[in-house]
Design a protein around this ligand. Structure first.
Ligand SMILES: NC(=O)c1ccc[n+]([C@@H]2O[C@H](COP(=O)([O-])OP(=O)(O)OC[C@H]3O[C@@H](n4cnc5c(N)ncnc54)[C@H](O)[C@@H]3O)[C@@H](O)[C@H]2O)c1
Length: 305
């Protein structure tokens, strides 16, 4: 494979792991960061690091947006992300090559097409798919093992409306191995990354809630959790429970979720997560029931609205 020209915009944990991994694979990589101390730190390691993105005399390249997307309360603060994206748009305006802008930051579904695309178009005077290519390629690495995780991914997700952008990214990232999945809508990739993190967070909170119960009754949770991790189908079967629009039913799951809520209440342990599990399932049951009724009426020709 031909080496590629790569720019990393936002050279923190993810940007540095991405850039150094691509550099080690033989590509030419330039790190961009707004922070001068960060740029000096990278330069001291012998890396090409700058504060400004200049594409004027560059060939077709990949521009990875690895900018911060922190939360402020219940929303993402996209201030730095938007400012960095606008700077990329301005740099695109000064280039005749066709670059591929890749959103690698974690963003909510719809951000690549709803925010990144118009900001790039406004600042470059170009149209996505014509003047530049646009793709989503979320990062799954863990901060503690960032470089190692980038170089040995277990899953790579690429999404773009533009098949050429998918093909180019596939060529760049395939040598790192692991499973690769491609999608045609960037929102799918963005959703995958959000669901990935939220699933992990939910599992951790589940076992913490169980830990509170175990503490209360004087049991050591560790051997209990380690056993359930190998006994529960939800833990050992990746296909279990992942189909949306299908509430749990039967005898055991409704009985034991509700029964355990009463038990924990009796011993004085609040279980908001378990309560939400029951409420979510009840809500889904009524949604499914309404859909079945509406479908039945539609099939028999009865108007519902
Ligand atoms: N840290 C992780 O483990 C991890 C893993 C997967 C995904 N992510 C996601 O990746 C993204 C980046 O996270 P991070 O941990 O690398 O953040 P970070 O804070 O370590 O790095 C962000 C860098 O961007 C720079 N920056 C800010 N504004 C800029 C601008 N306008 N132009 C250029 N550079 C600018 C900052 O100076 C900083 O060095 C976030 O969306 C995050 O959620 C993080």
């Amino acid at each position: 494979m031909q080496p590629s020209r790569v720019f990393i915009v936002g050279s923190g944990v993810v940007g540095t792991a991405t850039g150094t991994g691509l550099l080690a694979a033989g590509n030419t990589v330039t790190f961009i960061d707004i922070s001068m101390p960060r740029v000096r730190h990278l330069q001291a390691q012998g890396l090409d690091a700058r504060t400004e993105l200049d594409l004027a005399s560059e060939p077709d390249s990949f521009i990875f947006l690895t900018l911060p997307t922190p939360n402020v309360g219940w929303r993402y603060d996209l201030g730095a992300f938007t400012a960095g994206t606008a700077a990329v748009g301005r740099a695109l305006a000064g280039s005749s090559a066709q670059h591929t802008v890749v959103v690698r930051s974690t963003v909510s579904p719809g951000t690549t097409e709803g925010l990144v695309r118009p900001v790039l178009e406004e600042n470059s005077g170009m149209t996505a798919g014509e003047g530049f290519r646009l793709a989503s390629n979320p990062e799954f690495l863990r901060a503690v093992s960032a470089a190692e995780d980038f170089s040995h991914p277990w899953m790579t997700v690429i999404a773009s409306r533009d098949p050429q952008a998918v093909a180019r990214l596939r060529g760049l990232l395939e040598p790192f191995g692991g499973e690769m999945r491609t999608f045609s809508d960037p929102a799918e990739a963005e959703f995958i990354k959000c669901a990935h993190n939220i699933f992990n967070a939910t599992k951790i909170s589940f076992w913490n809630e169980m830990w509170l119960v175990a503490q209360k009754i004087g049991l050591d949770l560790d051997p209990i959790a380690a056993t359930v991790a190998k006994s529960a189908e939800g833990s050992i079967n990746p296909q279990y429970g992942i189909r949306g629009g299908a509430p749990y039913g039967g005898v055991c799951l409704p009985k034991d979720t509700c029964g355990f809520l009463g038990y924990s209440d009796a011993i004085g342990v609040d279980m908001p997560l378990l309560r939400a599990v029951v409420e979510t399932n009840n809500r889904l049951e009524s949604v499914v029931k309404q859909e079945v009724e509406a479908a039945g009426k539609a099939a028999s020709g009865i108007k519902t609205a």
